[in-house]
Write a protein that binds this ligand. Structure first.
Ligand code: PLP
Length: 370
């Protein structure tokens, strides 16, 4: 008797290449859109005091109620307005928390997965949409963006009509391209789609634009956020907000206690000191503009404007992989997007770091291409 991988594991799972994260060692880490700033020293003692008191022998609050209330308020999830005017009546909103927004994508997919059901997203886009479609046995439809990485509306509308996707993901701003899709085009998609449209606002602290205020105006609009990019990637905490009727269904398949006690305690603490994280985001937004100018000064690069905490560039003269390796040799780790192919051919993605890290990147780049 022998159990065989080929027989037991689904073909589409066998075909997936496991998500590979390189070991950064002591390199300057500009590859993963993390906030480069650690929790400030002045907050660490108070935080550790709370951790000390956390009862890790007990299961955590399964609904993470206190944290949920704080997040709803901090992220300005619209409250239900019971207006007398039936025509302008907004839907009641609710939220669900996930172990990172990745888990929320998975929960939505699990809830709608059936033979023939599809997930649709623009390409190039966030790889997890495609991967999670495979995990749950759904078909994935990628629709190519235009040259400038804006939505190709005729192609999007045609694909939505043909495939009738159960879920459409629009990252706002998009990863790895960094741009915001046009609001009126997203609204058009919301109006024609018969499936759910998830606006993935992972980079909200850097975008200064959001669909959250419109929540409840559409049957099919959901907004997803995460604390990862604002400086708490280690916690694994994401939020999905939208009409209660959907959130209730999703909540049924959320595993109990998916938000552990250390995450609950730490996130509550961080939200009480949200100003600290907002100040860090403001520095990162400034540094993004600095880095854009510096990168743009290289005649060999086409640099794409970004509303996130990273910048995508295309190497016009020279070889992206060689530059990636050259930077690595000089102690700077970025993301080589070239291997993704398609529109990302010869593209590199750099996360905005601390001022001295960004300067080190520019210095190393000069040494690589000079
Ligand atoms: C980073 C990222 C996420 C993942 O967020 P987690 O909360 O860390 O799982 C989701 N969507 C996009 C577009 C991202 O770039």
């Amino acid at each position: 008797m022998s159990a065989k991988v080929e027989d037991l594991i689904r073909k589409e799972i066998q075909a997936i290449h496991a998500y590979h994260v390189p070991d950064p060692g002591d390199m300057i880490k500009l590859d993963a859109m993390e906030n480069p700033y650690a929790m400030p020293e002045i907050l660490v003692d108070e935080w550790l005091e709370l951790i000390k008191r956390a009862e890790i022998n007990r299961y955590p609050d399964p609904a993470a109620s206190r944290l949920s209330v704080m997040l709803e308020s901090y992220m300005e999830v619209p409250q239900t307005i019971s207006s007398g005017d039936a025509k302008n009546k907004l839907l009641a909103n609710s939220i669900i928390l996930g172990n990172g927004s990745d888990e929320l994508i998975q929960i939505m997919a699990m809830a709608v997965a059936q033979p023939g059901k599809k997930i649709l997203a623009p390409e190039p886009g966030f790889v997890m949409y495609n991967m999670i479609a495979s995990f749950v046995g759904m078909e994935y439809v990628g629709v190519a963006l235009k040259e400038d990485f804006s939505l190709d509306m005729p192609a999007m509308l045609a694909a939505i009509k043909t495939h009738q996707p159960a879920l459409i993901f629009l990252a706002y701003p998009n990863n790895p391209t960094g741009n915001l899709f046009a609001d009126d085009e997203i609204l058009e998609i919301l109006n024609v789609a018969q499936g759910l449209v998830v606006i993935d606002e992972a980079y909200h602290p850097f975008a200064c634009s959001s669909f959250m205020p419109r929540l409840g105006e559409f049957e099919n609009l959901l907004v997803m956020r995460t604390v990862s990019k604002m400086g708490l990637a280690g916690l694994r905490l994401g939020l999905l907000a939208g009409p209660e009727r959907w959130i209730c269904e999703f909540d049924k398949i959320r595993l109990p206690y998916n938000i552990n006690i250390l995450t609950q305690v730490t996130a509550e603490f961080a939200l009480r000191h949200a100003d600290v994280f907002e100040a860090q985001a403001a520095i990162i937004r400034e540094q993004r503009e600095w880095l854009f100018e510096k990168l743009n000064a290289f005649s060999q690069f086409k640099v794409f404007p970004s509303r996130a905490n990273f910048i995508l560039l295309r190497v016009l003269e020279g070889d992206a992989s060689q530059i990636f390796e050259g930077l690595k040799k000089r102690g700077v780790l970025i993301k080589n997007s070239h291997s993704s192919g398609g529109m990302l051919t010869q593209c590199l993605r750099v996360t905005v770091g601390k001022p001295q890290e960004n300067q080190a990147l520019i210095t190393a780049l000069n040494a690589c291409v000079g």
